[in-house]
Design a protein around this ligand. Sequence first.
Ligand code: UT7
Length: 293
Amino acid sequence: MVETSDEWITERTGIKERRIAAPEETAAFMGAAAARQALEAAGLEPEQIDTVICATTSSEYSFPSSACEIARMLNIKRAMAFDLAAACAGFSYAYSVAHAMIMAGQAQHVLIVGSDLLSRACDPADRTTIILFGDGAGACVLGKSEEQGTLAVYASSDPFSGDLLSLKVPQRGGSPDDAWLYMKGNEVFKRAVTVLAELVTRTLELGGMTADDLDFLVPHQANLRIIAATARKLHLDMSQVIVTLDKQGNTSAASVPLALDEGIRSGRIKRGDVLLLESFGGGFTWGSALVRY
Ligand code: UT7
């Protein structure tokens, strides 16, 4: 499709494979598949879920939201359900909101889904984006418990750099070319590395921990060089980092829950492990969670 090579993509990004959704598959459809597995893993029934948050920027409809669609598909009948748009940082934002709702006593079990189909948003002629994004969904359930599972959350934004990474909602009568994802890759790269270094330090401080206390880093999967830089900042060996982007590419809001799922189901992440989840995306937005699993 574009002038590129496997060598360039592997060296600059770490990506080898990506998953592309079938034309009839939507963010809600994929999100529901992930959500079903999360409920099963949590041992919960749909009626026990009182809140559904779907982090996505690729919903089929503005409304009903993907969260409402997911609730319908899972027969979750009486939950507060809404989508949350924070691009690639969406899952971290959703985690932060879910945690706050539980701490405030407003929710008991929050289903958080990250689902995106950004492969469809990339201009097939733009080699700087078309090689990066894959489709996917991941989910988890956050619930009230006696033992503290969430040790710290942090989220923030820089609203003055939105033009470096943007995706316009298609407008009625607008040019279809306006609707492609735009990214000034190397500028985003530099900001991501700097912001993530500060983010992980701050999150550990908030949780009263140091990098030595960490068992795993579960990072957003945008670029292996960005992930490696964050791991270096934390003096972590790459064996303590969950990497899925070689098989999935950048799945935006789905990447952190997909990596978490891979870490847990592969048996690498065990109960009691301390995890640092982090992500950075368009907006710019970024967020993290320090978790005892
Ligand atoms: O998930 C949300 C946050 N997103 C990110 O964090 C993504 C951050 N950015 C990146 O991961 C990297 O910037 C990219 C992978 C997108 C690009 O890597 P880079 O090392 O920053 O490359 P560059 O944009 O500085 O481009 C270097 C060269 C350019 O050619 P010249 O000007 O040096 O001749 C590009 O035209 O590489 C060229 N190039 C390509 N060559 C082959 C750009 N894309 C390609 C390509 N194949 N696909």
